[in-house]
Design a protein around this ligand. Structure first.
Ligand SMILES: C[S@@+](CC[C@H](N)C(=O)[O-])C[C@H]1O[C@@H](n2cnc3c(N)ncnc32)[C@H](O)[C@@H]1O
Length: 229
């Protein structure tokens, strides 16, 4: 996300709503850079229809803070393994929700997502209005805390202190998955971001209540996947 980009130091910055949306929608193939570095993640350029609709809602709302497509594909793949209640903390205009929804296999799963900002929540509600498996709430995500336990939690509200492992652990069912994204890949321990120990990442990677892995979703971005023991 662009906001989280600032928070966690990721590299991507967009110059305009149009550029941001277009780059997320259309530039899925790794670009050849002048050094010949071709690192990147392979992915088909087509997006699920529901993701297209969420991008359209973002564009109309003039909002460019959404998960990158690589993370979206990860969310979809994980959602495809889930039944029960999934939740997203911080809906934005619903792009992450849409990726989760695109992975849902049957009506034994549902998605709750909370967005504090009324304008953004309204944009997301439009996309999922007719979908019985998705509830978009205009609310602080803390209102979801008594609606668990969750089979998957995507923590994306942008405040690292709010998603410390101690605050989240009891919201997740055994075998449930937590996803945090927008980390800068780091090849040292403890993980360092912007010259400081990234204590959020360190805590999630070492907490004994979870089995956690950091996965690169692109050359410049990683996510944590934590499974509740
Ligand atoms: C990075 S954006 C979410 C993007 C979205 N998850 C996606 O992938 O498309 C973070 C959102 O969290 C919302 N937010 C921040 N604090 C929140 C809270 N306490 N409860 C609900 N939403 C919150 C912000 O308004 C913002 O829209």
């Amino acid at each position: 996300m662009m906001e989280e980009t600032l928070r966690r130091g990721a590299a991507a910055v967009s110059t305009s709503v149009h550029d941001a949306v277009v780059s997320h929608v259309e530039t899925r193939r790794p670009a050849l850079d002048p050094t010949g570095d071709t690192r990147g993640m392979s992915a088909p350029p087509e997006l699920p229809d529901v993701v297209h609709r969420a991008f359209d809602a973002s564009r109309r709302a003039g909002y460019v803070s959404f998960c990158r497509n690589e993370t979206g594909r990860l969310l979809a793949a994980l959602a495809a393994t889930r039944e029960g209640t999934m939740a997203e903390f911080g809906t934005g205009c619903g792009v992450g929700t849409a990726w989760l929804r695109s992975g849902v296999r049957n009506d034994k799963a549902r998605i709750l997502t909370a967005e504090l900002n009324p304008k953004l929540a309204a944009a997301a509600i439009e996309t999922f209005d007719d979908d019985p498996l998705v509830d978009v709430l205009e609310a602080d995500w803390s209102t979801l805390m008594d609606k668990g336990p969750f089979s998957l939690l995507f923590l994306d509200s942008g405040d690292p202190s709010a998603v410390a492992v101690d605050k989240i652990a009891d919201l997740v069912e055994p075998g449930g998955i937590v996803v945090l994204d927008d980390f800068v890949p780091c090849e040292m321990w403890p993980p360092i971001t912007s010259g400081r120990v990234d204590t959020l990442r360190e805590e999630w990677l070492t907490d004994e209540r979870f089995t956690t892995v950091e996965v690169m979703v692109a050359a410049d971005a990683s996510a944590l996947i934590a499974t509740r023991r």
